[in-house]
Write a protein that binds this ligand. Sequence first.
Ligand SMILES: Nc1ncnc2c1ncn2[C@@H]1O[C@H](COP(=O)(O)OP(=O)(O)OP(=O)(O)O)[C@@H](O)[C@H]1O
Ligand SMILES: [Mg+2]
Length: 328
Amino acid sequence: MSAVAVIGPHLIDILGRPVSEIPEGQGSVVLEEIRVTVAGTGGGAAVDLAKLGATVSSFAAIGDDVLGRLLVTQLHEYGIDTTGLVTQHGQKTASTILPIRPNGERPALHVPGAMASLQPTDVDVTALLAADAVLFGGPETTPQLLDPQGIEIFSTVRAAGIPIFVDLLYPGRPETLQLLNPLLPLIDWFMPNDQQLRGLTGVDDVVEAARLLLARGVGAVAVTVGEHGAVLVRPDVDPISVPAFPTTVVDTTGCGDSFNAGMITGLLSGCSTEDAALIGSACGALVASGLGSDAGIEDLAGVLALIAASHSDAGARIAARTTTALDA
Ligand SMILES: Nc1ncnc2c1ncn2[C@@H]1O[C@H](COP(=O)(O)OP(=O)(O)OP(=O)(O)O)[C@@H](O)[C@H]1O
Ligand SMILES: [Mg+2]
């Protein structure tokens, strides 16, 4: 079983659907469903990785409030090691209210809370070195981890041969690229969505935008494009398009986090890059089918069944790899 250390935003999402409009004044509407989930480029991916069979440890700052206790309880239910969570007294746990539109779109009302306070001294480097991969979600939300002392942590991880995966939480901005600059050469796979990549680089074409990051030292880019799947951009090879899977969209919150979890699971099992991204894409389709970033995915077998239904060759290859990896 692979071990993945997940650093970055662990949030509580409160989601309701379907919301067509906020009622005027003190009016109210009756919804079909309201859910509370662990989410974020850290927490959401951590839960998905655990469901897919990885041994997961979480590293983040949370508040000493009800939401923080709920977050820890939920992570424990998935068997996730929470030793690396730091509780900040008097602060709030990061959280988001998401009124989900009938078409699955998700405007967000967000409190960052304690999230940004995570410091290099909060992160146990020895614990990271025990992992097979490190996912650093939302580095722009924890700026202190991008200071020289924080960058030293990721240099140590990289020097130990442990791959580093990075995704963004917030919309991409040119100043975020500036902030990420020292981290870029340490990233094996950068996995933003297309809008984040465009916002970060100011380049409209996603392949060109990804190549700009490769030129700054990023190892490879997997850019997700919602219902159009993903594009893999690596040095010296042609870009590869990875298809999306058909799904009935309920809520697209957390699709990208699940794509990351699926792709990491595939790569750690020894799958080809393309097959690993296909696992990611299948995870994204499953998450889109339910409310909340933890919806849709039950386990790896369910993801493999979705892949096998429309891509039988890839399904067989992936099943052979992941079964061997799980047995090892
Ligand atoms: N409508 C959809 N139909 C099928 N697959 C989808 C759909 N939306 C997302 N996906 C799958 O999920 C993956 C990630 O989605 P997306 O690009 O929306 O991520 P994101 O914007 O980073 O999401 P989040 O940040 O909320 O986790 C896509 O590459 C695709 O495979
Ligand atoms: Mg995302």
